[in-house]
Design a protein around this ligand. Structure first.
Ligand code: ADP
Ligand code: GLC
Length: 491
């Protein structure tokens, strides 16, 4: 089976969040199942750099909407997965991140950029790009590739389409004028196609026109069919419920593995958890936190957070709860960047707690690994979380997660109050209130004082199977279903 995997981020080429991690590990796991996968990615400057370093071939020269476009073939670093870069310098070769300029403002021409990206995907999918390769399935991800299923003809012999929702909160909404500017087919301007309350919605292209829909956890698949998490699209998702499945993300254990993590000075596993304490001391030293042992038998717990500083991640709850944790003698380590007012509030708090609260504003892959290994508790009070990867990375590193019981967090974290101690691997709270979050953290801190119980939680998390192998097999099943649907019903 041949699959064109269309995505706007791929680790380690370009990453703003978990989509990049998934877009590297899932294609690799699919390849190991003998699926012939090509990943399609815009040629951002970082991607062109990789192409230069690794070497690349130009495999097609196209003209799309008045733009000259070249397709460069290279591979995802560290893997043998083929990646095709859509090179259109006027649209993609610019500083900043994929979606925003250096000032954090969305690029004005995002609609134009991802429309062109989608049209290139469509040309490849239809065998019109001059390549000797055509996919059976086109797998699109998030709004940036939402127009692909909408622009592919509804033909029974054409490729089947699968659309994965990584985050319904980002929809790719633009003005009605943009719809005309892009010269999209007039038939797509209605409520059962791309129109969303008078605006152009890229994500609706994926949600309406794909043969199969997936999202990144079973719980989120249910949640987005409810008004609270549906962002006005819950009705459409209920309508498409029979085509929608929730498949948990996995983690790449070659990159995230405490037994073999090149960012760490001390390796450890289930049988050598004492080395995790050395990682804690390394982290404390690295960040200038006091690493001396208090008199009590147990060390001072280190609480970690890594993530985008945005409303989704429950940063307001963190800001409310962290002072209480610091007062109890915990140390807190935060790594992230995002909304200026949340960065500012965290800076103010860090100023009040030098030596106890370490704040790093920015993106730092190495520090993310040090925190994941060195922290005792990982905090994820997300307001919503389609899947979340950090709780699974943490579990794999024996760092116990404390999470809001939503989306993928509720599918991956099991609380001792809900299940036997042989299964528990973290702490959950319900209702997005700071008291509930503080309550769960206090339960975790209580358990931390009992080394035997704590170790059991750690080991349960470390032994959980978060590998991509099984999950990739589920995707191949979904691809087959999509093909069956396409052959049977379209036209
Ligand atoms: P989301 O995609 O919503 O941001 P995920 O939990 O799925 O959340 O994935 C986030 C990914 O980005 C993880 O791999 C996490 O370690 C990484 N990450 C987020 N912020 C930072 C940061 N400031 N520095 C390093 N890595 C980060
Ligand atoms: C999104 C979600 C996150 C998920 C990631 C990868 O960014 O916010 O929960 O883990 O996509 O699917």
């Amino acid at each position: 089976m041949r699959v064109l995997f269309v995505t706007s981020e791929v680790y380690p080429i370009i990453k703003t969040g978990g989509l990049a991690d998934v877009s590297a590990s899932l294609p690799e796991a699919l390849c190991s199942l003998d699926i012939d996968v090509r990943v399609l990615l815009p040629a951002y400057p970082a991607a062109l750099r990789v192409a230069r370093e690794k070497g690349s071939n130009i495999i097609a020269e196209l003209e799309v909407g008045g733009h000259a476009v070249t397709l460069h073939e290279t591979s995802i670093p560290g893997t043998s997965v083929t990646v095709w870069l859509v090179n259109c310098p006027a649209l993609f070769d610019r500083p900043g991140n994929p979606y925003q300029n250096d000032q954090g403002e969305d690029w004005q021409d995002n609609a134009l950029r991802y429309h062109l990206f989608a049209r290139v995907a469509v040309l490849i999918a239809l065998g019109q790009a001059g390549l000797r390769w055509m996919p059976d399935v086109v797998h699109c991800n998030d709004w940036q590739s939402g127009l692909v299923p909408a622009l592919l003809p509804d033909a029974p012999q054409g490729p089947a389409t699968v659309f994965t929702i990584h985050n319904l909160a980002y929809q790719g909404l633009f003005s009605a004028g943009t719809f005309r500017q892009l010269e999209l087919p007039e038939s797509l301007w209605n409520y059962s196609a791309l129109e969303f309350h008078g605006r152009l919605s890229f994500i609706k292209g994926g949600l309406v026109f794909s043969d199969r829909l997936t999202t990144v956890s079973p719980a989120y698949a249910r949640e987005i069919q409810q008004p609270e998490f549906g962002y006005g699209l819950d009705g459409l998702l209920r309508h498409r419920a029979s085509a929608l499945a929730g498949v948990l993300n996995g983690i790449d254990t070659r990159i995230w593995n405490p037994e073999n993590d090149h960012f760490l000075d001390h390796a450890y596993g289930c049988d050598s958890l004492e080395n995790k304490q050395l990682c804690r001391a390394d982290l404390q030293r690295h960040l200038g936190l006091d690493s001396s042992q208090p008199d009590s038998s147990q060390p001072r717990p280190v609480l970690g957070f890594i993530g985008r500083l945005v409303e989704q991640k429950g940063v307001d709850l963190l800001l409310q709860v962290v002072p209480g944790m610091l007062q109890q003698g915990c140390q807190v380590v935060v790594l992230g960047s995002g909304m200026p007012h949340l960065e500012r509030d965290f800076r103010a708090l860090a100023d009040l707690w030098p030596g106890s609260l370490s704040l790093t504003i920015g993106y730092d892959e190495a520090l993310a690994h040090l925190i994941t290994a060195g922290a005792d508790i990982f905090m994820m009070p997300s307001r919503f979380e389609p899947c979340g990867l950090n709780q699974m990375y943490s579990q794999h590193y024996g760092t116990v997660p404390v999470v809001h019981r939503v989306g993928g967090l509720s599918d991956t974290v099991t609380d001792p109050l809900d299940s036997p101690s042989s299964l528990a691997n973290g702490f959950c709270f319900s209702g997005a209130g700071s008291d509930a979050f503080a309550g769960a953290l206090n339960r975790a801190l209580g358990c931390f004082q009992d080394p035997v119980a704590w170790r059991r939680l750690q080991i349960n998390g470390m032994k959980a199977d978060h590998s991509w192998q099984r999950r990739a097999r589920t995707y191949t099943g979904i691809y087959k279903e999509a093909l069956t649907t396409r052959r049977a019903t379209s036209g």
